[in-house]
Design a protein around this ligand. Structure first.
Ligand code: FPP
Length: 237
């Protein structure tokens, strides 16, 4: 049997270019992107992937034109409303990672509700990174560690890599084994910087709305072909 990643993280890039190629609006591109995300969640769940983390909106994305930000926020809200029952029926546990302070109350309520409804599900653990940035994640962890130090709940000696990672957004998940980025760019764009220290990186030109079961399979083939050594050589001198 082929080795399968336990945790897959995806940078879903290329909705805008996909729409432009078809002379359609960016709105249409993002809608098709949402549909692609749904298909990949289904596929990951059906092949037994345990954790899936999707980069839906970065801290830097707040800098996009306000119309596009609004349309994306509306799309997240509507997608959540539309899909939550099916996710729950399929035993998916959904959680959101990121800085919620600039999100609208209505969206925060839906997020809390979705997390609460699915909290006991033991199928796919789906993380949606929304208003997420890895630098924010790290600074947020440092701030929270500082508070615990002040309160005497932690001492300086307690701080090591394991303790530190318990303050990050993905504290309950193993590090991603595979990071996929669609859309042709070869960069990480402030996604999970701490957690991907030893992830296998898969970049493809396919634009996100075109990322289907076959493209996903290709990424899994790539992963299965990698020899993971985590910095440890298996050869003797
Ligand atoms: C990249 O396209 C995609 C995003 C900015 C994120 C939005 C993602 C979705 C709408 C997928 C849906 C996800 C969920 C969880 C509902 P881009 O605008 O950067 O494309 P471009 O680089 O071609 O302009």
């Amino acid at each position: 049997m082929k080795i399968k990643p336990e945790h897959i993280a995806i940078i879903m890039d290329g909705n805008g270019r996909w729409a432009k190629n078809l002379n359609k609006s960016r709105r249409y591109g993002h809608q098709q992107g949402a549909s692609s995300a749904k298909n990949i969640v289904k596929e990951a769940s059906s092949i037994g992937v345990k954790y899936l983390t999707l980069y839906a909106f970065s801290t830097e994305n707040w800098g996009r034109p306000s119309k596009e930000v609004e349309l994306l926020m509306r799309l997240f809200l509507e997608t959540l409303e539309k899909e939550i029952d099916e996710l729950n029926e399929n035993n998916v546990r959904i959680r959101f990672i990121g800085d919620r302070k600039n999100l609208k109350d209505k969206l925060i309520t839906k997020i809390n509700n979705a997390e609460s409804i699915t909290k006991n599900n033991n199928g796919l653990k789906l993380y949606v990174a929304l208003a997420y940035g890895a630098k924010w994640d790290i600074v947020n962890a440092v701030t929270n560690i500082f508070h615990e130090l002040e309160k005497g709940m932690l001492t300086k000696e307690d701080i090591d890599e394991i303790t530190f990672s318990k303050f990050l957004q993905l504290k309950d998940a193993p590090d991603p084994d595979l990071l996929i980025r669609t859309g042709g760019e070869k960069r990480i764009s402030n996604f999970l910087l701490w957690n991907i220290a030893y992830s296998e990186l898969y970049f493809c030109d396919c634009l996100w709305p075109d990322f289907d079961k076959n493209e996903f399979e290709r990424a899994l083939e790539f992963f299965a072909s990698r020899k993971r050594r985590f910095g440890v050589s298996t050869k003797s001198c």
